[in-house]
Write a protein that binds this ligand. Structure first.
Ligand code: R5P
Length: 315
């Protein structure tokens, strides 16, 4: 696999390293620096002419993570890489995916345009905020599902009398696929957002009484959606409450709020860099996405099917 080169940006080097280790490769040599005003500079310190290049970088804030990825794509294209794949474990700016009010941006489309203009030939990502964001690209997008990591885990743990909860309408498809895989009931929470970053539970659609619960969501930012769901479900008579969240953004005091909540365990992936302080919280457990991404990169490199990955991936 000498023609396969994996490079890491600085947003989540731990995951990039774990991915390359799984593939039995070393990360490619590159230099990344900031000028004194913060401007980013990149140089590949090995020949990538004609190579199949994979650049691993999540684009969670700060926006420098996105900028760094764009600069790495541009440098790879100018260095004559044969094919450049942006491996974006967490695709940030995806929540603004439509004009839900006048005079606002569609940042998900803007970022898609930027990635293609910078030189991406292909995208590998996981649990986009909305699956249809794939259509914002006119290049191939391989969309991986974290359920390939979480569902076998929960299946193995055989939690009795389980119901899978979607904490809002947006996650209903995700929750339905978990419920199907785990043979569990499905519950929907009718959530309203009076303002950005504020949420209210209006109704629980389904019966949570005496049920063990698994709440699934693509991301936790402020934690309000999640905590409100936990409280509402407890008040409705739920027993043990677990969570599975793909992208643990955990801004502000979200991690502390989760630690203090009635949740029994929250499972996350390492799609974004996880601070040590978060890993010390006993209620939070990380299941790595490295194996899933490594397999996807390998299949991409070998021109093998990626969709079949969802059936065979065991972690
Ligand atoms: C919403 O549509 C998403 O799936 C998440 O539920 C939401 O973005 C989480 O945000 P927060 O943690 O700030 O409530």
């Amino acid at each position: 696999m000498s023609n396969l080169k994996i490079f890491s940006g600085r947003s989540n080097p731990e995951l990039a390293k774990a991915i390359s280790l799984k593939l039995g490769k070393k990360l490619g040599k590159r230099e990344l620096k900031n000028f004194s005003d913060g401007e980013i500079w990149v140089k590949y310190n090995e020949n990538i002419r004609g190579s199949d290049v994979f650049i691993v970088q999540s684009t969670n804030p700060p926006a420098d993570n996105l900028m760094e990825l764009l600069i790495m794509l541009d440098a790879a294209r100018r260095a004559s890489a044969k094919r450049i794949t942006a491996v974006i474990p967490y695709f940030g700016y995806a929540r603004q995916d439509r004009k839900d009010q006048p005079r606002v941006s569609i940042t998900a489309k803007l970022v898609a345009n930027l990635l293609v203009s910078a030189g991406a030939d292909r995208i590998i990502t996981m649990d986009l905020h909305a699956a249809q964001i794939q259509g914002f690209f006119d290049i191939p997008v391989d969309h991986l599902y974290s359920s390939a990591i979480f569902a076998p885990y929960f299946k193995q743990h055989r939690i009795k009398n389980l119901a899978v909860v979607s904490p809002d309408v947006g996650s209903i498809k995700l929750a339905r696929s978990y419920a199907k895989r785990l043979g569990a009931e499905l519950i929907l929470i009718d959530k309203r957002r009076p303002k950005p970053n504020q949420t209210e539970v209006m109704n629980i659609i389904g019966n949570a009484t005496n049920k063990n619960i698994l709440i699934v969501d693509d991301l936790i930012d402020t934690g309000n959606t999640f905590i409100n769901a936990v409280e509402a479900l407890k008040n409705a008579g739920a027993k043990d409450i677990y969570g599975a969240c793909t992208h643990p953004i955990l801004s502000g005091d979200a991690a502390e709020k989760i630690a203090k909540s009635d949740i029994k365990l929250l499972y996350i992936t390492d799609s974004v860099k996880i601070e040590k302080s978060i890993m010390k919280i006993k209620k939070i457990k990380c299941l790595s996405a490295a194996g899933l991404f490594a397999e996807a990169i390998y299949r991409c490199y070998k021109n093998k099917s990626i969709s079949s990955l969802f059936d065979v991936y065991k972690g």
